[in-house]
Design a protein around this ligand. Structure first.
Ligand code: ADP
Length: 617
């Protein structure tokens, strides 16, 4: 008996202790205030967290604890509980508290309950539950519902609800407007059906049949308004079914999509027009998507290559180019693609007879308003006849200049023999005439050499024998030689510290000679020409400046092209073939250098080239 009562009392104590700790740790806030001043007797952790206080509130009256808020309302609630002995529930009261110095709004459900001792109410027990998360989540839902309601009201959307059993329909004013009905009259389901364009009734019927299986309704169709104007609508709906899977109700929305459809139609028409034009032009035209797939080829391409769009995309593309050109085209195109630039190149494409014809290929990036490339358009233009004519011309020039070379060399030889004879005889007049003849023969020889060089360049046969040489001494040598050909111009040289170049001394000399002779030729009233050299990091440059007629800006980009000559209405006419600069630029390029031009019409020109210096020396 003793033992059992002892066991019981231990257990009860344990239970009390455990209950106590449960209350203190509970995720619900508890507090007890007693007496007329409502002195805080007990507060658990959650209460302290929810009120933003600490344990120092124990033993203090409420007026001292909540100093920053208006406690009057709260005090009267507590008094009320003590007086009436009835519990009060407060739901979702907002409480602004400081947590780690940051103001936060919590939503709290509060229960204020009388606390009894010997049946008299001596205090008030507060039970606080944090419902902030639930309140915020609900607020979010309410907000999005509100947003949807606003969208429906202010937007272009009409709504309806169809009761299938009674064929009864309720719809918004906006829906009536969309269907062309009077928004102030109650319309019927039949009114809506009658508004549909007769040709599109089947679209609606098919969509409804499908919706009765799937539960979702969607279609786009035309409606005819009373003024006979035709509008496009888009309808979306959800069908609810009964247990027997019969449709009960459909909730739907409708929007007017006439403008959207019109834009789509314009786009379609434009595309059709583009295709018609593409088929009408004599060029081959194609469209390349950003991932490299060809999305369109015109009729000319299909006829010429004998391939379909599908075959082209399956690798047929690579087989149309001549094997010798395919790599260059591929590389050129890749570079243009990466840099979003226009690509232009020449290549041979297999013709329907199995041979190859020459084409100019061009691919152009098509950009949107933001400057982003959207697709590429390619064209191939037949230049076969022009190319063959060019090849024949080159061949003719090559043969003619070869044939001219031997007789001109003989004439030069005979002139010199005659010159010596007449010198011996003391016939000064004849010697002078022969000297002039010799000069003309030199000019002729130079023309032939230029023609031969140009043909060699075209055929890739221009060879170089490279050696290390000092550029400055080459410049001095040539300047002295050229000074002998002009009395009018003083050739001024401004040399920087000398550097060694590895290259073909004769060919580089040929470039310098050409630049100086052009400077003399194209500055007929000037009195000087400046040749300067300069050193850049690992590079050497040379510039020839004249104060002559200059070159118009629009002609400058083509000045290094073969046979290009500036034809102006100048008072002077200058002899020449338009080959010197072409050959010079080719020589410089083949030495991994660069040739440039700065010129102002009527003021003069400066031609410069840079070459890599031989840093090993
Ligand atoms: P050519 O002098 O035989 O016509 P080039 O290839 O040397 O051929 O020059 C091409 C063209 O460039 C010349 O016809 C001339 O119109 C122009 N040109 C070249 N050098 C000069 C210069 N220093 N000043 C003005 N025009 C020049």
């Amino acid at each position: 008996m003793d033992q059992s009562s002892q066991t019981t009392s231990i257990t009860q104590k344990q239970i009390e202790k455990q209950l106590g700790s449960l209350v203190m740790q509970a995720p619900v806030g508890f507090s007890l205030v007693t007496g007329v001043n409502h002195v805080m007797q007990l507060a658990n952790k959650e209460f302290l967290r929810l009120t933003g206080r600490d344990i120092s509130i124990i033993g203090k009256p409420i007026v001292e604890i909540f100093t920053e808020v208006e406690t009057q309302g709260y005090l009267s609630l507590l008094n009320n509980v003590l007086k009436t002995k009835e519990t009060i529930h407060l739901n979702e009261s907002p409480a602004v508290i400081l947590i780690n110095g940051i103001r936060q709004t919590l939503f709290i459900n509060t229960i204020l309950q009388p606390f009894f001792e010997d049946e008299s109410a001596v205090g008030v027990l507060s039970i606080l539950t944090d419902v902030t998360e639930q309140v915020l989540a609900r607020k979010k839902i309410e907000e999005s519902e509100e947003r949807l309601r606003l969208a429906v009201e202010s937007g272009r959307m009409g709504t309806y609800e169809l009761d299938h059993e009674h064929n009864d329909i309720i719809f918004s004013k906006r829906l009536a407007e969309i269907f062309g009905l009077d928004p102030d009259k109650k319309g019927t389901h039949q009114d809506l059906k009658d508004a549909l364009h007769p040709d599109d009734v089947h679209i609606r019927n098919e969509a409804h049949t499908l919706a009765e299986k799937t539960g979702s309704l969607f279609y786009e169709a035309r409606v005819v308004w009373p003024d006979k104007s035709v509008r496009w609508i888009r309808l979306n709906g959800n069908v609810l079914f009964n247990d027997k899977k019969n449709p009960l109700r459909t909730y739907g929305t409708a929007v007017d999509i006439t403008e959207q459809k019109e834009t789509e139609n314009i786009l379609k028409e434009n595309e059709q027009k583009f295709r018609l034009i593409a088929d009408a032009v004599p060029h081959m035209v194609w469209e390349i998507e950003l991932d490299g797939t060809i999305s369109f080829i015109n009729k000319q391409w299909a006829d010429y290559s004998g391939l379909t769009l599908e075959e082209i995309n399956k690798g047929g593309w690579s087989k149309v180019f001549h094997p010798e050109d395919a790599e260059a085209v591929g590389n050129g195109w890749m570079e243009a693609f990466q840099n979003k630039k226009i690509y232009v190149g020449e290549c041979r494409i297999k013709n329907p007879q199995g041979g190859y014809s020459w084409f100019t290929l061009k691919t152009v990036p098509v950009k949107n308003d933001n400057g982003e490339v959207e697709l590429w358009i390619g064209t191939a233009t037949d230049i076969n006849d022009k190319k063959i004519a060019e090849q024949q011309k080159d061949q003719f020039i090559s043969i003619a200049s070869h044939e001219l070379k031997t007789p001109v060399t003989s004439i030069k030889g005979f002139t010199q023999i005659l010159q010596m004879r007449f010198e011996k005889e003391g016939n000064e007049k004849a010697v002078e005439l022969l000297l002039r003849m010799d000069k003309q023969v030199d000019k002729l020889t130079q023309l032939i050499v230029d023609l031969l060089d140009a043909t060699k360049i075209e055929n890739g046969q221009l060879k170089f024998s490279k050696e290390d040489f000092d550029l400055n001494s080459l410049v001095i040598e040539i300047a002295e030689e050229m000074q002998r050909t002009t009395e009018q111009h003083k050739i001024i040289i401004e040399l920087s510290e000398s550097k060694i170049i590895n290259g073909d001394r004769n060919r580089i000399g040929q470039v310098i000679t050409n630049l100086i002779s052009n400077a003399i030729k194209y500055s007929p009233v000037a009195d000087k020409i400046i040749i300067s050299t300069g050193n850049e990091k690992n590079k050497i440059n040379l510039c020839v400046t004249d104060f002559g007629i200059g070159i118009p800006i629009e002609k400058q980009s083509r000045i290094f092209d073969r046979f290009f000559r500036v034809v102006g209405n100048n008072q002077y006419t200058f002899p020449g073939l338009g080959l010197g600069l072409f050959i010079s630029s080719e020589i410089i390029k083949r030495h991994k250098g660069k040739i440039t031009l700065k010129s102002t019409e009527g003021e003069g020109s400066t031609f410069c080239f840079t070459l890599p210096a031989n840093t090993a020396k």
